[in-house]
Design a protein around this ligand. Structure first.
Ligand code: SF4
Length: 662
């Protein structure tokens, strides 16, 4: 850093806000800081670092922290000749701005688009905030994308759409029937010009796009489609790149091929499991029975017969299963049984007939002013997946019996992907370059192997923790664990004692994240609510995301009152999708190690990975996902350099060398 100080030069056309550190052009915003609203007509520092490095032109803060400098230098063109970069760095380092400052010069020079894949909308907004800072220095542009369901102005979608796919179906029919004025308005020349003026070369969050659309009565989703081909950075979801169906439309709208994309994968530890989820598919007897009703309604006798055979054979095969039990099945044998019973083939022609029925059902529903929803669609989608994967060894097939939160028992066919690379490898091979980022990627070799990166094409960087040691204390509690043989009343009593003591010694909020719902219920049944003096917020199994959001907000509000206790499971929305900075969770308690249940699906995954990566199957498919979930939850309260927390680990195995190094 001392060299950098010596090379400071005065740049008169920029002003540094002495309060927040932002640099803005001296003639901008009438002398008011655009970040913190501080008047700049006071003594200001007209200085900015200048080492003649191109990325500095894109770095809008007065000081580059050493860890940020390491990130930027590892990516910048002069120092990097690798196609893929993996960076492990904790929150609080300032990764987002470092990545953008390093990649934007490459993107502009090589005429590429940066697609910054995020897991949450908050992360996308963070990218946009930083781009807005950079825009004070350079004429760059960017947009945060949201799905049709969130951006649509039409009341039918706002009220009835169940998910993104359903919103797309409704939208298609409304457009076809000329029933969406927000779509028709796009063609009006005067509106089109005004919107183009407002969006051209801008940095826009999805909410801003929504407001522009609303004020001109033009579809915000269509506006974002028109904007993206011309921006430097698109903040998108994983689905935009890694879900083949979504990707095709996204690339078409972007008007680019993958080779023209610089891909950033934020919170990249999620990528292997997301890829596996995208490739897997399931079908319940509930969906098949509803599809049968659709076939009866529209007098499709042959389709009904085959669906009936499918449903009966599924129920018969699953009759010996207990709830939550599963067994593997041979797809060829299963298909032959169904075909024999129905007296017809499950072939391309049959799937086309099913598809036509699904389309017809949806069309009829729209004509009756109902949301288009066809269960036959779910059957087509599953059977297609089953036929495509029946001979592949990177897929396995299971029959399961489950119980819903309302007590309904159902049987399911599951086609499970065992290898994330079936989704990720081709994409990563095709993009111009990729940067994977996360605070929990240890060991980097496992992440790289699971997504199909070749070590010779790869550069990795593991940064030390930026947090001061005195900001967090980690304690491992001895003599208890979440191992099956230790799940006895004495263990839960001991867990309750430690939790109660921690809650009572913590001034305000405490988070308790359990290895499973079984353990969470046992702690509750042992008397948690009675034992503590603070209000308890329970993230029950099966809560909707809206219910969960409200619970989290209520819990966070307690941090400004007398303090509360949140209890939830590891790997859930509360422990990975939410942050608790600024004292919103002063202590976090991790109860047990969240290993997956050793079901046939999990065993199939470990066995497959063992064949692909000899001696590593269990580590890649079982140990690392569990440790990552625990590490993610433990880090939730500490999101910036100012945050502090006590981290209690209630499982003696956390003290072992293997767990400590993660
Ligand atoms: S065109 Fe836009 S506003 Fe109209 S239904 Fe589709 S998403 Fe909604």
């Amino acid at each position: 850093m001392s060299n950098r100080r010596e090379s400071e030069t005065e740049i008169d056309d920029y002003i540094f806000c002495s309060k927040c550190g932002k640099i803005i052009p001296s003639n901008a915003n009438n002398g008011i800081c655009t970040k913190c609203d501080t008047p700049l007509n006071q003594p200001v520092v007209h200085k900015r670092l200048n080492t003649n490095k191109v990325w500095e032109e894109y770095f809008p803060y007065i000081e580059v922290r050493p860890l940020q400098n390491q990130i930027i230098e590892s990516i910048s063109e002069e120092n990097n000749n690798q196609k893929h970069i993996i960076i492990q760095a904790a929150n609080g380092v300032g990764k987002t701005i470092a990545i953008l400052a390093a990649l934007l010069p490459i993107c502009i020079k090589k005429k590429k688009t940066i697609v910054y894949c995020c897991r949450t909308h908050q992360q996308m907004s963070r990218v946009i905030e930083e781009l807005k800072m950079i825009k004070q220095l350079k004429p760059i542009s960017g947009i945060a994308l949201r799905g049709r369901k969130e951006l649509c102005l039409h009341p039918i979608i706002q009220k009835f759409a169940l998910d993104a796919a359903n919103a797309a179906d409704i939208c298609r029919y409304l457009k076809k029937e000329n029933k969406c004025k927000y779509f028709s308005n796009i063609a009006k020349t005067d509106i089109k010009t005004k919107i183009e003026d407002l969006t051209k070369k801008q940095v826009l969050d999805s909410l801003e796009i929504f407001e522009i659309g609303k004020s001109f009565e033009v579809c915000p989703f269509e506006i974002s489609k028109k904007v993206i081909p011309n921006v430097n950075v698109v903040a998108a979801s994983y689905q935009h790149i890694f879900n083949p169906g979504v990707q095709a439309n996204f690339l078409q709208n972007l008007d680019k091929e993958l080779k023209n994309i610089i891909l950033v994968i934020d919170e990249a530890h999620n990528l292997p499991s997301t890829a596996v989820d995208i490739s897997s598919n399931s079908l319940s007897n509930f969906s098949i029975d509803n599809a049968k009703s659709e076939a009866i309604k529209y007098k499709m006798g042959e389709i009904y017969d085959l669906l009936d055979a499918l449903s009966l054979i599924l129920l018969d095969e699953s009759s010996s299963l207990e709830i939550n039990e599963e067994m593997s099945f041979n797809p060829d044998d299963f298909i032959k049984k169904v075909e024999k019973s129905a007296g017809q083939k499950i072939d391309e022609q049959f799937l086309k007939s099913l598809d036509r029925l699904a389309d017809f059902v949806k069309e009829m529903q729209v004509k009756q002013n109902k949301a288009p929803l066809s269960y036959t669609s779910a059957v087509v989608s599953y059977l297609n997946r089953l036929l495509e994967t029946k001979t592949r060894d990177d897929f396995a097939h299971f029959i399961l019996k489950t119980e819903s939160k309302t007590g309904n028992i159902s049987s399911k066919l599951l086609t499970q992907s065992l290898d994330p690379r079936s989704i990720t490898r081709d994409i990563l091979d095709s993009v111009h370059m990729s940067v994977s980022l996360s605070g929990t990627l240890d060991p980097i070799e496992a992440y790289a192997s699971l997504i199909g990166l070749q070590l010779e094409n790869l550069k990795s960087l593991s940064l030390p923790s930026p947090y001061r040691k005195e900001n967090h204390v980690t304690l491992v509690v001895d003599k208890i664990s979440s191992k099956l043989e230790d799940r006895i009343p004495a263990t839960f009593l001991k867990m309750l004692e430690v939790i109660t003591e921690t809650v009572e010694s913590t001034p305000k909020n405490v988070g308790v994240f359990c290895a499973s719902y079984v353990i969470m219920r046992s702690i509750l049944e042992t008397g948690l609510e009675r034992a503590i003096s603070k209000p308890l917020f329970i993230a029950h199994q099966g809560m909707s995301s809206r219910e969960n959001d409200k619970l989290i907000q209520d819990f966070k509000n307690e941090s400004r009152k007398k303090g509360g206790v949140l209890i939830s499971v590891l790997g859930g929305r509360s422990s990975e999708g939410s942050d608790y900075p600024g004292g919103e969770m002063q202590s976090v308690i991790i109860v047990g190690i969240p290993y997956a249940r050793p079901t046939p699906t999990v065993k199939a995954s470990i066995d497959y990975l063992e064949k692909q990566f000899p001696t590593k199957g269990r580590e890649f498919g079982y140990n690392i996902p569990a440790i990552t979930r625990a590490a993610q939850a433990a880090g939730r309260p500490i999101r910036s350099l100012e945050d502090y927390a006590v981290i209690m680990l209630l499982d003696y195995r956390f003290a072992r060398h293997y767990y400590k190094k993660h």
